[in-house]
Design a protein around this ligand. Structure first.
Ligand code: NI
Length: 164
């Protein structure tokens, strides 16, 4: 078990197009364990490997109402509709922003526990948002890229940085 430092916006690893995982070996299982530990410690509902400095296509998500998901080499296979959502990111601590995400999302990837491909469908919920957010991460995209400018970032009143 390891809780690792979360890389922040400005770190070049967050801007790389992460590499595909070729073999799901013990190093990948260890990476995923570290990602869970780091995500729950933060705490957050999703994490992508580049956020702990590893430029590989691996994501984890744990949102209420759905069993937790680890995906290797995930990709969005279908998305439709638009909705406005409030979004935040562990790599942009202390802020949130309002952006446009899809209503329906279908993603696929390899379940590291079985080595088999799985498809995940989500609609109009936090899971749909998280799938797009985390898969953006492995493509070097942060949600702040969708904001019209830095002024559109909204400070979180209860963020540790401003808590006294
Ligand atoms: Ni994020």
């Amino acid at each position: 078990m390891a809780i690792l430092p979360i890389r922040r916006a400005g770190d070049p690893v967050l801007r790389e197009k992460a590499k595909r995982v070729r073999v799901i070996d013990s190093s990948i299982h260890k990476l995923i364990e570290d990602m869970w530990d780091t995500m729950y410690d933060a705490p957050g509902v999703g994490l992508a490997a580049p956020q702990i400095g590893v430029p590989l296509r691996v994501i984890v998500i744990d949102v209420p109402g759905h069993e937790r998901i680890a995906l290797v080499n995930p990709e969005i296979v279908k998305r439709s509709g638009e909705r406005r959502v409030d979004e935040g990111c562990l790599s942009v601590p202390g802020f949130r922003g309002e952006i446009t995400r899809s209503v329906k999302v279908v993603a696929k990837g390899i379940d590291p526990a079985t080595g088999k491909e799985v498809r995940i469908k989500a609609e109009n919920d936090l899971l749909a948002q998280a799938l797009e957010h985390e898969i953006d991460h492995i493509n070097g995209i942060l949600y702040i890229d969708y904001l019209p400018g830095p002024d559109a970032l909204i400070p979180l009143e209860d963020a540790p940085e401003v808590r006294r």
